[in-house]
Design a protein around this ligand. Structure first.
Ligand SMILES: Cc1cc2nc3c(=O)[nH]c(=O)nc-3n(C[C@H](O)[C@H](O)[C@H](O)COP(=O)(O)O)c2cc1C
Length: 195
């Protein structure tokens, strides 16, 4: 009889240990008890030359519970580079040549980890700066959902989607929203939750 109880207790301990072990293993893999992945699958990737888009991107990542990645040019844009009144400024020259691909500072974004990537930028000459093409061409976006957001002096997306699609031909690129006027957390959450 004692032996039977001992055996039963041993069996029980095995079952419990198994349960605990798989819970711990699940946690290590960012999965819940059902084995579903609880890790954020959304990334907010942004380029910002003077800080406006950066601020929106940070707040959006917060509201969406997403990771944040800054798309940085290898050579930062100076004030003179951004002078749109000067036809010879770096931004004017780059934006006149749609095949220009400003070099990236790094290619560290772990795109494979995400399903939905919010890509943010300032509107330049009615579309996305060509460094966004550089970013899309630097990774494999096959099967990914790319949602655009931008800040601007008032313009909309113009032909941003058309100009970006060839750089990520196997991704679905959606025009999200122009997020001007320092949108608050509720507004950003509503936007993020649509995707
Ligand atoms: C080179 C350049 C071109 C721009 N072209 C436009 C434009 O076509 N339409 C517009 O509404 N704003 C335009 N802007 C204004 C920016 O989109 C706006 O200031 C934006 O919020 C800046 O974002 P950032 O601080 O993240 O760089 C332009 C700005 C620069 C520097």
């Amino acid at each position: 009889m004692l032996l039977a109880w001992g055996f039963a207790a041993y069996l029980l301990s095995l079952i419990l240990r198994k349960g605990n072990k798989s819970k711990a293993a699940n946690k290590a893999e960012n999965k819940n008890d059902k084995g579903e992945n609880t890790m954020s699958k959304k990334l907010v990737a942004y380029f910002s030359a003077s800080g406006t888009t950066a601020s929106v991107a940070k707040n959006l990542a917060n509201a969406a519970g997403a990771e944040l990645y800054e798309i940085k040019p290898a050579v930062p844009y100076s004030k003179a580079d951004l002078n749109w009144m000067d036809k010879q400024s770096r931004s004017s020259v780059e934006m006149r040549d749609k095949s220009s691909r400003p070099e990236l500072a790094d290619t560290d974004a772990n795109i494979a980890n995400y399903d939905t990537i919010f890509v943010g930028f300032p509107i330049w000459w009615y579309i996305a700066p060509t460094i966004i093409n550089s970013f899309l061409e630097a990774y494999d976006f096959s099967g990914k959902k790319i949602v655009l957001f931008a800040t601007s002096g008032g313009s909309g997306f113009g032909k941003a989607v058309e100009s970006l699609q060839p750089s990520a031909p196997k991704a679905t690129i959606t025009e999200g929203e122009i997020l001007n006027g320092r949108p608050g957390n509720a507004k950003l959450k509503t936007f993020a939750d649509k995707y």
